[in-house]
Design a protein around this ligand. Structure first.
Ligand code: GLA
Length: 391
């Protein structure tokens, strides 16, 4: 009996370990929703895979091409989920094969309730059948949403789908998307989640929570999302990440300075980096933001410690995270309307004041020299200075 119990515990531990290995660093990729909404198709996905390679994003570390909502229309008489025959005339498998042929990975979307947020069939009651189907198509990543779940229990619903993914026999990254409703940071890793959304949907907006057209709460601006991460840092780590939602970098409502802040803060937060713009037509400036290898290296640091806000004086903030090589990634963040100077003090970074350290600017790609005790820099309105500070 004892032996059986031990074996069961070992099996559970090893399946959670295997699941963790799927996202040892935060997943990076591209998702259709933020730019294209329901306008998804075989052509769009294949084009995105091509652009991922030709833009240099693949070389910079982006891997997953994920179709969000609206690829599915119905179930057949046996309950098998059916892709929209107009937009995916050849089904899903050839699309996944194409993505794989580019050396990339393929992701898809479903919902724990009876319907997705766009009113397409959800997976409730079909979890094992759907997971088997995804595995047969070659799916590597599942984003699993929370619409039309009425009285369903959060942890149990996500646990069932995770069991189904494991039973499918294919390693599939599991992205929990229930908007922070049931505090998924407390149970997401236990049910095999590799990432969990912490808030309502991000909008291409600097600040402000806004009600949805149906009166429900809320979509989030960038600053609202960032503030909602404070206090959640310790729940993230290799294999299981807080997800402050996908990127809006390049979607047009913000300035490039603001998009640089967005991207830098996501790297500070060890967030999944899922681009959400039209990568086929992006400007060179946006491409440069999304492919900044020094900033991406912070996001992907193997230690996997999420950054924290270590100092705040009104609109002026300092954020920091320790990196594996003993250095610190530091962001001087000016949320206000006027350009300002921001200073970071070594003790706020966990360094003694007498320590001399090398400062490097990760956007200018430039060493700024050695300094002791503190470092100050001019920071534009809504901008960041992102640094690596190494003893
Ligand atoms: C929810 C999710 C979004 C997106 C849409 C699709 O709002 O939070 O990220 O997947 O559904 O309908």
């Amino acid at each position: 009996m004892k032996k059986l119990l031990l074996l069961a515990l070992l099996l559970i531990a090893s399946s959670l370990f295997a699941q963790d290995q799927l996202a040892a660093t935060p997943p990076m990729g591209w998702n259709t929703w933020n730019k294209f909404g329901c306008n998804v198709s075989e052509t769009l996905i294949k084009g995105a895979a091509d652009s991922m390679v030709s833009s240099g994003m693949k070389d910079a570390g982006y891997q997953y091409i994920v179709i969000d909502d609206c690829w599915q229309v119905s179930r057949d008489k046996d309950g098998n989920i059916q892709p929209d025959p107009k937009t995916f005339p050849n089904g899903i498998k050839p699309v996944a094969d194409y993505v794989h042929s580019k050396g990339l990975k393929f992701g898809i979307y479903s919902d724990a309730g009876t319907e997705t947020c766009a009113g397409r069939p959800g997976s409730r009651g079909y979890e094992f059948q759907d997971a088997r189907q995804y595995a047969a198509w070659g799916v590597d990543y599942l984003k699993y949403d929370w619409c039309k779940t009425t009285t369903q229990d959060g942890p149990s619903s996500y646990s069932i789908m995770h069991d189904a993914l494991v039973a499918s026999g294919r390693p599939i990254v599991f992205s929990i998307c229930e908007w922070g409703t049931n505090k998924p940071w407390l149970w997401g890793a236990k049910v095999g989640g590799n990432l969990w959304r912490t808030t309502g949907d991000i909008q291409d907006r600097w600040v402000g929570k806004e009600k949805w057209p149906d009166g429900s709460c809320c979509s989030y601006g960038l600053l609202d999302i960032i503030d909602a991460q404070v206090g959640l840092e310790s729940f993230a780590g290799p294999g299981h990440w807080n997800d402050p939602d996908m990127l809006h970098v390049g979607n047009g409502a913000l300035t490039n300075t603001e998009y640089r802040s967005h991207f830098s803060m996501w790297a500070m937060l060890a967030a999944p980096l899922m681009a959400g713009n039209d990568i086929a037509t992006m400007s060179p400036e946006i491409k440069e933001i999304l492919t900044n290898k020094e900033v991406i290296a912070v996001d992907q640091d193997p230690l996997g410690i999420e950054g924290r806000r270590v100092a705040k004086d009104g609109d002026l903030e300092v954020w920091s995270r320790p990196l594996q090589d003993g250095s610190r990634a530091v962001i001087l963040f000016n949320r206000g309307a006027a350009d300002k100077e921001i200073t970071t003090q070594w003790p706020d970074l966990g360094y003694p004041a007498h320590l001399s350290a090398q400062v490097r600017d990760l956007w200018q790609h430039k060493d700024l020299g050695r300094t002791t005790g503190k470092f100050s820099n001019h920071v534009p309105s809504h901008g960041v200075v992102m640094l690596k500070i190494a003893p």
